[in-house]
Design a protein around this ligand. Structure first.
Ligand code: GDP
Ligand code: MN
Length: 344
């Protein structure tokens, strides 16, 4: 079913085992990864863990996307480790590649200039990937009918048993965006992201909510804190990415060229959008989901959470993280205050 639609399949929604605490029905949700054929073994490792920690009790489908065709080997071996329906999709050409708003010549210069300045500074494909995850992943035909996605990546680790359904937790608590880790972004990759964002806010006040969590990403002096949710894990109500405000914001960013001329990541972009368009109550730290992606890890330290985990080390990054502390401390501010920050 390389390009099949989820709605073609009427069985998967009833195929879960459910748990004692819910009605056994699955939400319209899936585990989703953009991945390369070469990452097969790491992808299987992630799926094995997701199955063991969570999904064997539910049977949520998986969706794997790739800018190239998946090999038969990839599909077979991924299907063999997943215990639920698996869909493979290829990206539409217009969702990958150079943005129509940048020129190849200037992009070449930017890669040359930045190749030793930061990680992936000279990589073209990394920039295609970040732009895709920022503006197009939710538009893929396989995701069109989904209400929620849980983004997964090859080679990550899940340390803790997850004895409930995080999708239902999102729904039951009116949550839009869920995360596990909040680092600070490398400044030279996002030199003009906040400047470009504030331009969009000032041009589109009608798309801003009455209250927002913007103070998490910019401080009292309207300086970008570089705080972001690490999007290699994210559980999101996709109506957020499909909203008029998000699309307008993405278009504005794309036109500014920063996905290619700089190296704007989908993590700072999603996070900036969540902070300016959502309220704090709509954003959730899944503190109980112990997680590792190369670079950072989180292991819960609360006894009732920790007892379900097998952490290799004392992975207390999130209990020291400036951005996590800030997440706890700051609250929502009103739209006129947000606009004042954008004007500073
Ligand atoms: P990092 O986490 O920022 O170091 O970036 P990754 O290399 O992990 O890429 C993020 C996600 O996009 C991972 O799931 C990768 O498998 C996927 N990805 C990155 N580049 C490509 C690409 O060129 N093609 C495909 N199909 N997937 C990619
Ligand atoms: Mn990664």
């Amino acid at each position: 079913s390389q390009n099949g639609s989820l709605s073609d399949n009427t069985n998967w929604a009833q195929s879960g085992n459910g748990t004692a605490s819910d009605d056994g029905k699955l939400l319209n949700a899936a585990l989703v990864a953009l991945v390369r054929n070469s990452e097969l073994s790491d992808m299987r490792s992630t799926i094995r863990q997701i199955e063991d920690r969570f999904n064997r009790n539910h049977g949520y489908p998986y969706i794997f996307l790739n800018d190239e065709d998946f090999t038969e080997e990839f599909k077979e071996q991924v299907r063999a480790v997943a215990n639920s329906p698996v869909y493979f999709g290829k990206l539409p050409q217009e969702h990958w590649g150079l943005s129509p708003y940048v020129t190849g010549e200037k992009v070449k210069e930017a890669l040359e200039r930045n190749k030793d300045r930061y990680l992936y500074g000279g990589s073209f494909s990394y920039r295609e990937m970040c732009r895709f995850q920022s503006g197009f992943i939710h538009k893929h035909p396989l995701l069109q009918n989904l209400d929620y996605y849980w983004r997964i990546e090859p080679g990550v680790e899940y340390f803790c048993d997850i004895p409930y359904d995080p999708f239902k937790y999102m729904r039951d608590n009116n949550l839009i965006y869920g995360f596990t880790i909040t680092p600070t972004e490398s400044a030279p990759t996002v030199e003009t992201l906040w400047k470009t964002t504030r331009e969009w806010m000032l041009e589109n006040p009608h798309l801003l909510p009455d209250k927002s969590f913007i103070h998490w990403v910019v401080n009292e002096k309207a300086k970008y804190t570089l705080c972001h949710f690490w999007s290699n894990f994210e559980i999101v109500d996709l109506s957020f990415y499909r909203s008029e405000a998000y699309e307008s914001y993405f278009q504005h960013l794309d036109r500014a060229g920063g996905f290619f001329y700089e190296r704007w990541g989908d993590a700072p972009v999603h996070s900036m959008a969540a902070s300016i368009l959502l309220k704090k109550e709509q954003i959730h730290w899944f503190e109980d989901i112990g997680y590792h992606h190369p670079g950072y890890a989180h292991c819960p330290n609360k006894p009732e959470m920790k007892s379900r985990c097998v952490c290799k080390d004392n992975l207390d990054y999130m209990y020291k993280s400036m951005c996590n502390r800030r997440f706890g401390e700051v609250g929502n501010i009103y739209k006129d205050q947000a606009l004042a920050l954008a004007q500073m």
